[in-house]
Design a protein around this ligand. Structure first.
Ligand SMILES: [Zn+2]
Length: 522
């Protein structure tokens, strides 16, 4: 009898232990077009998320050109065109909460458009490179102009305290969002990792931050002591680290010293350590101040962040040392997208598990972490021939019709890419295969001599249409399922999928309906 009671107690206890384990959270990044601009479209979008077992919608409410998707009273001039009379955030929060879905308001932090409201009002807030130019002077690849202006995180007063944090505060105070979400919470690293920021404020404040010289008796110079034969071992002897002619140097010369100078004459070129540390400090400070202001405005609101996959390497390249953010960040969503991994798809699966394990280790499991998976990049192999065709075609369109040799070369590459794509296409969507076959032939036949502006344009449009609305069944859904399960092996607190628009385009919603349901039933 006693044994029976003990066994029952044991079973009850085991059951309780199992149900107390936190369930895997499912988050989904989404952009305003997916929710539409009517009450009905927002409701339909939320219903679609509910069917896919999404617990948190991470909705972009400040986009990469600075457009806002709520009725901002502080910055009405920044409201995205077309949203002046439709408060998307308000409708989304109401509809999502009605079905038990949480809303995380996503802000693209330091990016603004070339003609955005912030830069129009305050051009001096932009980050500058050693030439005194903004990020608009950069290029993507060899020729495409970079379309965004990165704003300086350090300046006070500046973009951070006069514009960005007030935006966070306004949402936290006026909307019942569950959380606010940082993105681009960093310096530009994709185009120019070491060129920003050398604005006047930063040129003054990088040396001040590291106290590379004294403000008192600023004119006195002290030489490095010689107690130790290894010259840099005398770093503690208080040598003056800033050159005596510092105030006469121009922006380029100062930047050169900060990047390539030596703290100890005759020692290694180590000055840039302070440049990296300054940038990390600025981003840390912004994250801390945002959370303080958000929690003050609404103590229940959480703060989450989309971060790069490796906080140690990001600290060096983009100032994002996110493994130190446990005091301020409630949920991490690392962008462990395949685009940030080099190998095959199978290599990605293993590296995704390993990277997620390391991320949990970096933060000491001190906060929840949702593994971020981007659907679209999983299909690198499937998309490859189409992207090759699109790019070679665009190059062919730019050639003069007199360049027969050049056009023949491009035509050959387009035909080869199509041959590569054809088998899968014929098997899965024969009508599309036939359609494309006709168009490709018209452009590539007889070494491209039949190519006209009209048929090249037609092919370009057909390829774009294919990419924008992939036929159902064309992309292998098992790749998304396998990625979710590879992340799960590391036991993260949740999975975050990027993004609702790709799920539409790539017909992947049913993968979430299946995969996330399995988890819900566990
Ligand atoms: Zn600056």
């Amino acid at each position: 009898m006693k044994l029976r009671i003990f066994l029952i107690a044991l079973l009850v206890f085991a059951g309780a232990a199992e149900s107390s384990a936190a369930p895997e959270v499912h988050a989904l990044w989404a952009h305003p077009p997916e929710a539409g601009k009517t009450v009905e479209s927002v409701r339909a979008f939320v219903a679609k998320c509910k069917r896919a077992h999404i617990d948190v919608i991470v909705m972009d409410v400040k986009d990469s050109v600075g457009g806002l998707y709520w009725k901002s009273k502080k910055f009405p001039q920044a409201i995205a065109p077309g949203y002046e009379n439709f408060d998307m955030l308000e409708h989304l929060v109401r509809e999502a909460h009605a079905v038990g879905i949480r809303v995380d308001a996503w802000l693209v932090d330091y990016l603004e458009g070339a003609n955005g409201a912030a830069i129009r009002a305050h051009p001096e807030w932009a980050q500058l490179n050693p030439n005194g130019e903004t990020t608009l002077s950069e290029t993507l690849g060899k020729t495409r102009p970079y379309p965004y202006v990165w704003m300086c995180p350090a300046q006070r007063p500046g973009y951070t305290d006069q514009w960005l944090i007030p935006l966070y505060e306004e949402i936290a105070a006026n909307y019942k969002v569950d959380s606010l979400h940082h993105d681009y919470v960093r310096y530009p690293g994709d185009v120019a990792p070491d060129s920003y920021c050398f604005c006047d404020y930063c040129l003054k404040n990088i040396p001040r931050y590291a106290m590379l010289s004294y403000q008192t008796r600023a004119g006195e110079r002290y030489r490095v002591g010689g107690a130790q034969p290894l010259i840099q071992a005398n770093w503690w002897s208080d040598p003056t680290m800033i050159p005596s002619n510092w105030n006469d140097l121009d922006r380029r010369e100062k930047a050169d010293f900060i990047l390539n100078g030596r703290t100890i004459p005759g020692g290694p070129p180590d000055m840039r350590y302070f440049f990296y540390d300054y940038r990390v400090h600025q981003i840390d400070r912004f994250v801390r101040e945002t959370t303080e202001r958000v929690k003050k405005a609404n103590p229940k609101a959480e703060v989450s962040a989309a971060v790069f996959k490796n906080p140690i390497i990001s600290a060096r390249f983009i100032g994002q040392h996110w493994d130190r953010w446990n005091p301020w960040i409630d949920v991490y969503m690392p962008m462990t997208y395949r685009s940030h991994f080099a190998g095959s798809f199978d290599a990605y699966l293993e590296h995704l598990t390993e990277t997620t394990q390391r991320q949990l280790e970096w933060i000491g499991r001190g906060r929840p972490l949702y593994a971020g998976i981007a659907s679209t990049y999983l299909f690198r192999e499937e998309y490859q021939p189409y992207d090759t065709m699109r790019d070679r075609l665009s190059e062919m369109q730019a050639l003069p019709s007199s360049d027969a040799k050049g056009r023949a070369a491009k035509a050959g590459l387009i035909a080869a890419a199509f041959n590569e794509a054809r088998p899968r296409l014929v098997q899965i969507v024969p009508n599309v295969a036939k359609d494309l076959d006709t168009l490709v032939s018209s452009v590539t036949a007889n070494n491209g001599s039949g190519a006209t502006a009209a048929n090249m344009d037609q092919l370009a449009k057909r390829l774009a249409a294919f990419r924008a609305d992939i036929p159902p069944g064309f992309l292998p859904q098992e790749k998304l399922a396998a990625s979710i399960n590879a992340a799960r092996k590391a036991k993260p607190d949740g999975i975050a999928i990027f993004a609702a628009g790709s799920l539409d385009r790539e017909k992947m919603w049913e993968v979430l309906e299946r995969e996330f349901k399995t988890e819900a039933a566990r």
